[in-house]
Design a protein around this ligand. Structure first.
Ligand code: SAM
Length: 272
């Protein structure tokens, strides 16, 4: 039996709407993308295999929103939008829907906590694919365009530390896309899940840890050391973002170079 039949039959037996469901399962096993209670946005979600998997992983306390050009048959616990992700209107609708779903979740769970105006999602995943023409360079270019749309949407939706996945057909523009994604996340990997057909040129860009910090590795700037942390490093704030600077003392103003940027804090070394 070929692998294609394998996954196709498994999907039938296990009640998944598509064999693609196993790709998200494998991506999640490899990269740890979705956990209980998460808010997940799935772009290019029809017929809904990924939505089923995301819904299982996020559980009752999670929020799952799916978007597609095609109608998606209802799934319990999942909200859907029918629209074109290359259009501003659809992207705005998705951002609004995620925000509302999240607010509702917060009030139902009794936390009463008002979420910030943006950055609500823990994961944005895209399996969007263009209609294939069979002309390699055109199909590649269109898939990169869809992945870029997904990437831009993820920047609007993701909370600091959130993760992003996008399918792309390999080709000359893949490296540029990867480099652009890398700028906005802690790191990015490309994964070719087992459930993808051997003959397929598809791969998944998997980006971990959305960075919203106002600095990037290599930046040089002057900071005021406001305090000293428990590990003995000086603490500076840059637009509210915490930078740890070793070998400094509270009250000093120092020139530093940023050496490592994490979603919620970073490290720098003094250069003066
Ligand atoms: N992940 C899905 C699943 O597990 O069932 C399969 C997704 S299928 C490979 C790709 C989907 O991308 C198609 O349903 C297609 O309609 C959708 N798509 C392509 N271009 C799109 C666009 N511009 N906006 C929204 N969806 C799009």
């Amino acid at each position: 039996m070929t692998r294609k039949d394998d996954y196709y039959n498994r999907a039938k037996q296990e009640g998944y709407r598509s064999r693609a469901a196993y790709k998200l399962k494998q991506l999640n096993e490899e990269a740890g993308l979705i956990s209980e209670g998460n808010t997940v946005v799935d772009l290019g979600a029809a017929p809904g295999g990924w939505l089923q998997v995301a819904n299982e992983l996020a559980g009752d306390s999670g929020t799952v929103v799916g978007v597609d050009l095609q109608r998606i048959k209802p799934i319990d616990g999942v909200e859907t939008v029918r629209g074109d992700m290359t259009e501003d209107d659809t992207r705005e609708e998705v951002v609004d829907m995620v925000r509302e779903a999240d607010q509702r979740e917060a009030s139902e769970s009794g936390s009463g906590e008002e979420r910030p105006a943006s950055g609500e999602a823990d994961a944005v995943v895209s399996d969007m694919a263009p209609n294939m023409t069979g002309e390699y360079s055109l199909d590649h270019a269109r898939s990169v365009y869809l992945a870029r749309m997904a990437f831009e949407t993820s920047l609007e939706l993701l909370a600091p530390g959130g993760d992003f996945v996008a399918k792309v057909f390999e080709g000359p523009d893949t490296d540029d896309l990867r480099a652009d994604i890398d700028e906005e996340f802690e790191y990015v990997r490309t994964i070719h899940p087992k459930a993808s057909r051997d003959s397929s040129s598809e791969l998944f860009m998997v980006a971990k840890g959305r960075l919203t910090a106002p600095v990037r590795e290599g930046d040089q700037l002057e900071v005021d050391i406001e305090d000293v942390g428990s590990e003995g490093d000086g603490i500076a704030k840059v637009e509210g973002y915490t930078l740890f600077v070793s070998g400094t003392e509270a009250g000093e103003t120092v020139e530093v170079r940023v050496t490592d940027v994490k979603p919620r804090f970073g490290f720098a070394e003094r250069v003066d």
